[in-house]
Design a protein around this ligand. Structure first.
Ligand code: NDP
Length: 246
């Protein structure tokens, strides 16, 4: 397929890095955002060594004005965005009866409000060019809920409502909007969990192991080609069979 311009939020994270690599391997030109410049430059150099050239723009996805500025910067550096992956996300876990307003708002703002902040400045261009791919990275915990994660599960379930509404509004403009819902992935965060806790998680996964960031990148890549034009409003679970409902 033609080389397109892609913006992946949170590209420097465990899953984001694999998505950036996969999209560059597919021949696309990729940008991501950063907040800490020296960490971002070190990450960019590592990606370059691995054969992936990724452009950097500064900004916080939870800030509406900063997100618009980020998008304009990508357009200046690479050109109009054809592929958007809303991947940046955080957790601030606590059982609900102990959860602070700050923990609630921070997670909803970074994970869900960011979808508005980043997609809104991109959508008009995709509509006028009659081609676009938007993929949200949600979570298994947005499908099944999770003890201690009312904020996170609400933000991730909200992404599904966002996806299926946007899919309806933009289908006639050659834009598909889909969600990938990863299960437990062997990122630094999950690998930092004590081995015995990880072993318990793995026992609950029918495949008997955690997923890899590359397996999530593969699921994202599935939605991108022209051949995927009829797949919109879908939620693709990539979780080793851990949860098989919607
Ligand atoms: P990481 O913590 O490794 O990476 C998160 C990325 O998001 C980082 O690049 C981080 O940048 C960026 N980010 C966080 N907050 C903001 C913000 N306010 N503005 C801009 N960028 C921000 O996470 P993962 O790679 O593990 O997760 C990626 C996505 O996948 C998330 O949405 C997560 O919820 C989801 N997911 C992950 C699973 C897992 O097992 N790992 C399972 C299911 C879903 P910085 O370095 O500046 O903080």
């Amino acid at each position: 397929m033609a080389s397109r311009i892609a913006f992946v939020t949170g590209g420097s994270g465990g899953i984001g890095s694999a998505i950036c690599k996969r999209l560059t391997d597919m021949g696309h030109r990729v940008a991501t955002n950063y907040r800490d410049e020296s960490r971002a430059r070190a990450w960019q150099a590592k990606m370059r060594e691995a054969g992936a050239e990724v452009a950097l723009v500064h900004g916080d996805v939870g800030d509406t004005a900063a997100a618009e500025a980020m998008i304009r910067d990508v357009e200046r550096q690479l050109g109009p965005i054809d592929i958007l992956v809303n991947n940046a996300g955080i957790t601030r876990d606590s059982t609900f009866h102990k959860m602070s307003a700050e923990q609630w708002h921070e997670v909803i703002n970074t994970n869900l409000n960011s979808c508005f902040n980043v997609t809104r400045p991109v959508i008009d261009g995709m509509r006028s060019r009659k081609w676009g791919r938007i993929v949200q990275i949600s979570s298994i915990n947005g499908q099944k809920g999770q003890y201690g994660q009312a904020n996170y599960a609400a933000s991730k379930a909200g992404m599904h409502g966002f996806t299926i509404s946007l899919a309806q509004e933009n289908a006639r403009f050659g834009i598909t909007v889909n969600t990938v819902s990863p299960g437990y992935i062997a990122t630094e965060m999950v690998m930092a969990v004590p081995a015995e806790v990880r072993a318990k998680i793995e026992q609950q996964i029918p495949t008997g192991r955690l997923g890899t960031p590359e397996e999530i990148a593969y699921a994202v890549a599935f939605f991108i080609p022209d051949e995927a034009a009829w797949i919109t409003g879908a939620n693709l679970s990539a979780n080793g069979g851990h949860y098989m409902g919607w």
